[in-house]
Write a protein that binds this ligand. Sequence first.
Ligand code: C2O
Length: 607
Amino acid sequence: MSSFQSFTTFTTTTKTLSTSNRRSKTCPKQTQRFKISCNVAPDDNEKLLIVPETPKLILPKTSLDTVNVDRRNLLLGLGGLYSTVNLTSLPAAFAEPITAPDISTCVASTKGFQAKNAVRTNACCPPALSKSVKPFVFPNDQAIRIRPAAHRATPEYIAKYKAAIQAMRDLPDDHPHSFIQQAKIHCAYCNGGYSQIASGFPEKELQIHNSWLFFPFHRWYLYFYERILGKLINDPTFALPYWNWDNPSGMNLPAFFEDEGKKNPAFDAYRNVNHLAPAIVDINYGGVDTGTPCIQQIGTNLSLMYKQMVRNAGDPLSFFGGTYKAGDDAKANNDPSVGSVEAGCHTAVHRWVGDPRMPNSEDMGNFYSAGYDPVFYVHHANVDRMWKVWKDLGIRGHTEPKDPDWLNASYVFYDENQELVRVYNKDCVRLDKLKYDYQFAPLPWLQNRAVPRFRKSKIAARSIGKVKLVQETKFPLKLDKIAKVLVKRPAVNRSKEDKEKANELLLIKGIRFNSEKFVKFDVFVNDQDDVSASSPEESEFAGSFSQLPHNQGDDMLMTSAARFGLTELLEDVDAEDDESILVTLVPKIGCEDLTIGEIKVELVPIE
Ligand code: C2O
C-alpha cells in the first residue's frame, strides 16, 4: 500500500449536517425510477440453424471421452437448459474455458427481446468480411499510450479525442470500425448474440457480465477501440481518457461530453440531465436521487471504493466474480457471484448516467445500448484502471485467477487493421505488453476504512431468542421485507497468521430474482437489532447486491451470489471473539419476489 500517496482524506461527519442542508443544488432531486433490461434470446428458428438435430460436437479431450459419454447430453439430462442443479458437484473434467465462436455464428433476434420501445437496434452482429480468425500478436509500438484522467486532460488532448470520435462517426455504418459497430460489440456479447457453440454447448448463451469474464472482456474491448481511434487520426500514441470517479476532483461527468452541445461528437442525447456537472456521482445509486449533500456524497463514494477495492475484494473471485466455464448457464451458473467492483461502482455509474426518461434507460442504463454513449468507454477505462490499482496495492490475495479456464477463455474482435483476432484472458494481464498505462491519480479512498457505530456490542449474543439462527430459518428466504439471521462463524479469535492464511467471508448464495427488474439490497453485519441505519461509511454496512437486469426470452428468473469480507469488519466493531454474527438484509428496490438460497460464513484460503 505504501507506494500510493494519498493527497486528500475525506472524512464526513454526517451527524453535524443539519437536515435543512440535506438537499443541495448540485445533487438535484430525481424521482423517476430506472427500468433497465438486457438480453435477447436467439430466435427459435435461428437456433435450429445452428443446432443440428444430432449435434456432432467437437468436444475437447477429457477423461469422459474414454467412457464415450456426450458431455452435453449428460448435462442436459441433469435437469435441462435452465436447471437449478448445482453443477459444482460434477467432476472437474467438465470444465473447459468459455470460447467465443467465430462471428459467423452470431445471431440477432427480436423474439424475447425485453427492451420495449427500444431506441437502439438489437441486431448487433458484426459485419462479416469473410475473414478467418487469426491469432493475436502483441503490439510492437515504440511508445506506451498513457490514458489521462478525463478531468485533467488538456484542451489539445480533448480536441484530439473529439476528432477521433468524429472520424469514427464518419465511417459508413457497416465498417467494422464505425461508431455503431463498436457500440454493437457490447450488445452482441451481452444480449445473446453468441452461444457457447465453440466449446460444445450451442444451446448455452455466452455472457460476459456477472462473472470472472467481466474485467478481461472489457479490457480487450477498450484495447481495440483505443487503437482504432488512434489509427483514425493517425496518432499511434493516442490513449483513451478515464473518468476518475474514485477521486473527488473527478466525480462529475467530464465536461467535454457536454460542451458545445449537439455539435460535439462526444455528446449523447440519452443521458440523465439531472446528473450533468456539477452533480456528484453516486456510487451507491439505487435508481433514486437521495438528495445527499455533496460533501457527504463524496465521503460515501470514497468509503464504498475502499470496501469494493479492499475489504470485499480480498481474493480473486471476490474481486473478479465467480467462475463461469463452458456449459455453465449464464443465468444459473454454478458459482455465479458478481465481483465487488462490477456489482458496485460499475453498475451504479451506468445507471446514474442513463436517461430515466427513456423506456429502457438508454443509453448507459441498459447493456444493449450502453456502447452508443462515448461515456461508456471512458467509464470503463476507469473500471479497467481499478483492476490495475487493485493488483498494484500489493495486498496478499490480489492476483488474477490461476484457473486455466479463466486464463484460456477467449473472445473475437476486429483489430485496428480490420483483421479478426482471437484474444485470451491470459494475454491481457500485463499492461506493459499491451503498451498502455494510466496517468497517476491519487487514491484518497485508501484512507477511508470504515468507522464502527458500536464496538463490542455483543449484538449477536444479545439477539439469541429474538432472531432466528440460520439453521432454523426456512430457505429460500423471501426478501420482501427486512430479514435478520444469526450465523455461526467457523472460528473465533483468529490470530494474525490465521488471517494471513484465509479471509473470513459472508456468502449469500442462490439469490434468485426477476431479471427484468433492477434489483438492489443492502447487507449489514452486527447492526443494532431495532435499526438498520448504518451508512456506507460505517463498518456495519457490509455492502450491497445490485444487478442490471439480464432478460432472456420467457425465463425471467436469474440466480446470482455475493461475497462480503468479514475480517476487517469484525476487527472494526471489536467482535472477533463473538461466536456468531447478526446479518441483516434490507431490500431497496426490485426485491418483491427475490429469494435467498443460503447464508453462511466461510474461511477462504488466500493463495
Ligand atoms: Cu459490459 Cu459496463 O458493461
